[in-house]
Design a protein around this ligand. Structure first.
Ligand code: NAD
Ligand code: MN
Length: 477
């Protein structure tokens, strides 16, 4: 029997949502020089949330110059200890503002409030805390002598974890002594802009972090600006490849965190109920808009029926709908464009002959929503088994032997994440050492910690974020 839930909407009256936002350059909010703006929507209602200034090339130039001047006159002159104090203040202020930021994140991007509240915002604060602790210890770390900062770094981030990705980028850059120009994604600029208010509140020196909003053209102008010494990008592999070319042509340091098609492996000796919970976390967390999602599920043949039966039952209990409802498990797809892409892949899977299973839930009539979906009878050659869908759509494949699953898991242009379910620790370790994946979870999935380096192999990119390894790209060692 199914229980109906009463609506439990998060209060939004405490959120100071503005009608319009400027660019954050040299410590102030300013309009774009040509006055151009764009709109950011709430994907759950299709309503406009705010007008946001659109940075043209001249605005990018202003931001880079502000960051250069802050680097030359203030930030590069501070001791690590002093830089650390500012970064700690950012972390603490973020915690104080957590409620407002969680609601904004959910409104602007469509993610469930319980995830914004319990994952995105606390983890973002933790990244600042973690790297604040490194700022005064760089000389003692194993860099082989005191490392130097690089200068102004240019960072471009995606829409799936807007504030968290901003934290992943800004915290290590500042700890290492660099100044920043960052561009959020066009559908989710709001939390990064509210982060700027918090920089003002803690008196971060002007120009140390600048946030410019816009689309791919804005990002491209930032990447190629001659003042940028290092580029950090998270997003699609297609854009990542273009950025790598530009960065190499202009001798800029670069790190890329791109797409994935994570292998999630269930051995027959696994605890099946827990494994199915792990699968749900692996593919339906954040509507599947997760670069390290477990989007290829490999199940050992003997337990295939049991896994499918439980997973079919489990997706019926996932609540899809209003992201601001505290009981919602799956919120809105981030944009119309992304929803169209996901629906195209679902049609492709059906045309390829895979068998589709979807939750029978009723979707809201407004907004961009997608029911949790998985495919069985998938072959490794199917496009839905090879290409990143970036939505709540899982491909289930089978295997018989350990050798076979290692080979199948590695048969992908990507290599970001993997997960292994087995009661036998020695097997998990042995398999994990042969998987080409930057991060591997042992009897769990999608767990994050600022102390753990994160990054990919092959077309999932290069460079690590998080941990001491996450400092390297921001230092001249
Ligand atoms: P995208 O790569 O186009 O955009 C990511 C960021 O890069 C955005 O801020 C965007 O404005 C910027 N950008 C776009 N073109 C640029 C360019 N030429 N130079 C500099 N910056 C540029 O990703 P998307 O269009 O938002 O999503 C497309 C697909 O990418 C998704 O369906 C998904 O498969 C993948 N994706 C992966 C991640 C990830 O975390 N790895 C995140 C977002 C999207
Ligand atoms: Mn939005």
């Amino acid at each position: 029997m199914r229980f109906e839930y009463e609506a439990a909407p998060e209060d939004t009256t405490h959120v100071n949502l503005q009608d319009s936002y400027g660019l954050f350059i040299n410590g102030e909010f300013t309009s774009a020089q040509d006055g151009k703006t764009f709109q950011t929507l709430n994907p759950a209602t299709e309503e406009v949330l705010a007008d946001v200034a659109y940075a043209a090339e001249s605005d990018v130039d202003r931001a880079v110059k502000a960051a250069q001047s802050a680097y030359d006159t203030v930030w590069s002159k501070l001791t690590g200890k002093e830089r650390g104090k500012y970064i700690y203040r950012i972390a603490r202020r973020l915690q104080e503002k957590a409620r407002e930021l969680a609601v904004l994140e959910s409104l602007d991007g469509g993610k469930p409030i319980k995830e914004a509240r319990d994952v995105d915002i606390p983890l973002a604060a933790n990244h600042f805390f973690y790297y604040a602790g490194w700022a005064d210890k760089l000389s003692y770390a194993t860099f082989g002598g005191p490392p130097k900062s690089l200068g102004v770094v240019g960072q471009v981030i995606p829409w799936n974890f807007p504030l968290l990705m901003a934290a992943w980028k800004i915290a290590p850059a500042l700890a290492a002594g660099n100044t920043v120009v960052l561009k959020p994604a066009e559908t989710t600029p709001l939390t990064a802009l509210h982060l700027c208010k918090l920089f003002q509140e803690i008196d971060l020196p002007k120009g140390v972090v600048n946030i410019i909003c816009g689309d791919g053209a804005t990002g491209a102008n930032l990447i190629k600006h001659p003042g940028i010494k290092k580029v950090a990008f998270t997003g699609s592999t297609k854009v990542g490849k273009q950025i790598a070319q530009i960065a190499h042509a202009h001798q800029k340091a670069v790190t890329l965190e791109l797409g994935g098609k994570g292998a999630h492996i269930i051995f027959e000796d696994a605890a099946i109920n827990q494994a199915v919970e792990g699968v749900v976390r692996g593919i339906y967390f954040n509507q599947g808009h997760v670069c390290c999602a477990g989007s290829r599920l490999f199940v050992q043949e003997r337990v295939m029926d049991a896994v499918i039966e439980r997973l079919s039952r489990r997706i019926e209990t996932l609540r899809v709908g209003n992201p601001l409802d505290k009981n919602t498990d799956i919120g809105a797809i981030n944009s119309k464009m992304q929803l169209d892409k996901i629906n195209d892949y679902i049609s492709i899977g059906i045309d390829e002959g895979a068998k589709v299973r979807r939750s029978s839930c009723k979707l809201p009539t407004r907004g961009y929503f997608c029911a949790p979906t998985f495919f069985t009878d998938v072959s490794p050659a199917h496009r839905i088994a090879r290409e990143e869908i970036f939505g709540p759509v899982l491909s289930v494949l089978s295997f018989r032997t350990t050798e076979e699953v290692i080979q199948k898991a590695n048969n992908s242009p990507y290599g970001l994440s993997a997960g292994i379910w087995s009661e036998k620790g020695s097997k998990v370790l042995a398999v994990s050492q042969r998987l080409e994946a930057g991060i591997i979870w042992d009897n769990t999935f999608n767990q994050f910690d600022p102390a753990a380096p994160f990054g990919g192999y092959k077309e999932s990119g290069f460079g690590r974020e998080g941990g001491m390894q996450g400092l390297y790209p921001y230092l001249s060692v």
